[in-house]
Ligand binder design. Structure first.
Ligand SMILES: *Cc1c(COP(=O)(O)O)cnc(C)c1O
Length: 373
């Protein structure tokens, strides 16, 4: 039998290239399902995409850049950073934009978390956070929740000398619950200053609570807190991949050093710049969302379904209080009726995105049949 040259010189070597061990332990991110076998028209409520799509002004800006596709994007992202800074009252020099906010979360993890370090997350968390942590060879530490809410005391209790980063989505996904400004005040005041805290505000624009702050309050007054935001959800630009972070200058600077210079496309930069200035669109989307969250509470709650109180554009359902019903069966039933939810919390729950009026009516109708059937 002939031997490969490599085997001849290195007899113990594996027969194929092996990735670093920490990568082998990662299970791939599961995207929300977008099709159902045998059904041509489906209602996709599995990925929290803004149900009204983008602002028409963003679409126009996108079309306009079609004439400039041979140009590299502005690597300094100046116009978009200035537009965001203007709208949200921030310092543009401390904003950095990413290929979705998940890229920024990934870059921050690479910058600050290494092998053997601990990355502290809430029990329910954005799955990409733990994937990025594992990729660094870090240990993922989870703080148990109470009533599907990030428990600040549980987070604080799990800080050790090895903790390098804490990432909290507020509102959280897949729960839709939020932590008040007082709670985050307490968190930030108690976290040692050498630990990076990411406040992920992917759904911040939807929140209409007086006692909520997306993160600027802490970014402005600390050296270790950074806020991430996205154009994928409320702004309806998920397909373009554009998000941003706002943080202390030294943290933003290290992210800028590590990111590729052209991580945000000209289409994404232009569309986002228009989107962030269309306040009518924002107001319309937020009003629709809040109205439907109340109806889901009322109507699904009346069926006995537990609807976790959500301030985001999705809601988490569990069926444990109803005899003979389960999230799994409810999911099957919804799919059989052309509606795609997303399994969540180890399949104990279903997460559904707030859709348009017709889509939401369909969800209520189908779940009523499921529960009564
Ligand atoms: C959707 C989502 C993101 C990622 O958004 P992109 O900007 O599209 O990468 C980040 N965090 C949470 C909690 C999300 O739900």
């Amino acid at each position: 039998m002939s031997q490969t040259p490599q085997a001849a010189t290195n007899p113990g070597a594996a027969s194929a290239p092996q990735p670093l061990p920490q990568y082998q332990a990662i299970s791939p991110y599961k995207q929300g399902q977008s099709a159902i076998k045998g059904q041509s028209k489906v209602i996709k409520l599995s990925s929290n995409e803004g149900c009204f799509g983008p602002s028409p002004a963003a679409v126009t800006a996108f079309m306009t850049v079609a004439n400039d596709l041979h140009r590299y994007p502005d690597g300094s992202q100046t116009r978009l950073r200035e537009a965001i800074a203007d709208v949200y009252g921030l310092d543009a020099s401390r904003i950095v934009c990413g290929n979705g906010s998940e890229e920024l979360i990934g870059l921050l993890t690479r910058c600050f978390v290494g092998p053997g370090d601990e990355l502290l997350l809430s029990e329910n968390h954005f799955v990409m956070c733990s994937i990025y942590g594992k990729a660094q060879g870090a240990k993922i530490v989870l703080a148990p929740e109470e009533e599907f809410r990030t428990n600040i005391d549980a987070v604080l209790a799990r800080i050790t000398p090895k903790t390098k980063m804490i990432a909290i989505a507020n509102p959280n996904n897949p729960t839709g619950t939020y932590n008040s400004q007082d709670e985050i005040d307490r968190l930030i005041a108690s976290v040692p200053r050498d630990i990076v805290v990411i406040l992920d505000g992917a759904y911040a624009e939807y929140v209409e609570k007086e006692d909520y702050n997306a993160g600027t309050r802490w970014v402005e007054n600390s050296t270790n807190v950074i806020m991430t935001r996205t154009f994928s959800k409320m702004y309806g630009l998920a397909g373009l991949r554009i998000g941003w972070a706002y943080g202390p200058a030294p943290i933003v600077e290290i992210v800028n050093r590590l990111r590729t210079p052209f991580n945000t496309s000209i289409a994404a930069l232009a569309a986002a710049e228009a989107a962030v200035q269309d306040f009518d669109h924002v107001n319309r989307v937020v009003a629709h969302n809040s109205r439907w969250q109340v109806r889901f509470q009322d109507e699904l709650g009346a069926l006995g379904v537990h609807v976790v109180p959500s301030v985001a554009n999705f809601y988490l359902l569990h069926f444990e209080n109803i005899d003979g019903k389960s999230a799994n069966d409810a999911g099957e039933y919804l799919r059989a009726n052309g509606i795609i939810p997303r399994p969540a919390s180890d399949d104990r729950c279903l997460r559904l995105t707030v859709g348009n009026d017709d889509e939401n009516e369909a969800v209520i109708r189908v779940l009523r049949n499921y529960v009564n059937g």
